[in-house]
Design a protein around this ligand. Structure first.
Ligand code: FES
Length: 375
């Protein structure tokens, strides 16, 4: 067992409630209900315990974290115990009053997700009327309150043709950073993979756009860019390695090594209602199961990259192979790589309608109306 360092960051999923219905939502397929959510004093204790454990950053997320009326109190407490505070929001609930209150509470940074640059397309993907306009307004409020802004541009085959305009939108909104985030195909996004996965030609065109913009906007806008796993040459060290850097607290208090960990079978994820964050981080089976390299099978076990990519993503390996110990199929050394290649071939066909999610479990199907497929 390797030495266990303090986690760098905690993702505080305050709620799974969200007005948006993005077809690539990273929340679990089974959403937790409002009545199961942790109370304010429970979150305050978690923040205390996180700071004592050595955590440096707290990311307030969801669902839509602004659906919690106590968000400002949680931010103020996190700031008071010395945590760097980041709010990850859709922006559609961020009015003037709350922007000012969050700034006054000591919030350090805001990330607003954008589904597109085109209003109609952004609203269609979010499943929410007027979302795009409200997001732009929210971004202006964030900057007006003096807070640094990152634009989270979620990209896929149905909006990559407008990537250059999305980068320009970040400049126009006075963001310091844009995260060009390709959809990752776990959970809900996996159901919509054929509708969202870009072709290799689309990806190459996007990479060229990012490289040109990075050069042109140097010193003005930082552009983070991660290629989608299905086109990557090597597996990523998901979460920086299982149980090495991050922990995730769900709305009801379960502590997970990554946001998708509940898709894995055979785990009993502990709750902050039953144990301290420190005990869960250091001693729980959930965090220790894939720590280090002793759990690995071939070819990971003897691979020179085993302490670089840590076997890749556990959730993706299980979702695609049915084996939680398998090497991530992104790795070119395993035959399972053909699963990804087949998915890429499948995405050359016209995209099927998106499957949307709703908190009641309803899954209406909407047709794709606009499908720009450069390449
Ligand atoms: Fe769970 Fe990658 S998302 S390990």
């Amino acid at each position: 067992m390797p030495e266990i360092e303090a986690p760098l960051a905690i993702l505080a999923e305050l709620t799974h409630r969200c007005p948006l219905q993005c077809p690539y939502c990273s929340n679990p397929l089974e959403l937790e209900r409002a009545r199961q959510e942790l109370e304010t004093d429970e979150w305050l204790r978690i923040l205390d315990e996180a700071a004592a454990l050595g955590v440096l950053q707290v990311h307030f997320s969801g669902g839509e974290p602004m659906a919690r009326r106590d968000l400002e109190a949680l931010v103020a407490h996190a700031a008071a115990v010395g945590l760097y505070t980041n709010l990850i929001t859709s922006g559609v609930m961020l009015d003037d009053r709350r922007a000012a209150a969050l700034a006054a509470a000591g919030l350090d940074h805001v990330q607003i997700s954008f589904q597109d640059v085109d209003d109609a397309e952004g609203d269609r993907i979010a499943g929410y009327k007027d979302a795009q306009r409200q997001k732009r307004e929210a971004a202006r409020r964030v900057r007006g309150a003096g807070l640094p802004l990152t634009v989270n541009a979620v990209v896929h085959r149905q909006n990559l043709a407008r990537l250059a305009e999305m980068i320009e939108l970040a400049v126009e909104l006075d963001a310091a950073r844009i995260e060009v985030a390709h959809v990752q195909y776990y959970g809900w996004a996996l159901r919509n993979r054929a509708a969202l996965l870009p072709s290799r030609a689309q990806l190459d065109a996007a990479t060229a756009i990012v490289e040109e913009a990075r050069e042109r906007l140097r010193g003005r806008l930082v552009i983070d860019y991660v290629v989608p796993d299905y086109h990557a040459a090597l597996p990523k060290a998901c979460m920086g390695g299982w149980g090495r850097r991050f922990l995730n607290v769900t709305p009801s208090g379960h502590v997970l090594p990554c946001h998708a960990a509940e898709t894995l079978p055979g785990f009993d994820f502990p709750s902050v209602r039953e144990a301290s964050l420190a005990a869960i981080w250091r001693s729980s089976d959930a965090f220790n199961r894939f720590r280090g390299t002793s759990w690995m099978q071939e070819p990971c076990r003897n691979c020179e990259r085993r302490e670089i990519d840590w076997g890749g993503c556990r959730c993706q390996a299980f979702a695609l192979t049915g084996d939680i110990n398998a090497t991530d199929p992104v790795c070119g050394k395993v035959a399972d790589r053909t699963i990804l290649e087949a998915a890429v071939r499948e995405s050359a066909a016209p995209p099927p309608p998106l499957i949307y999610r709703r908190i009641g479990g309803e899954q209406p199907v909407r047709p794709a109306t606009v499908v720009p497929t450069a390449g």
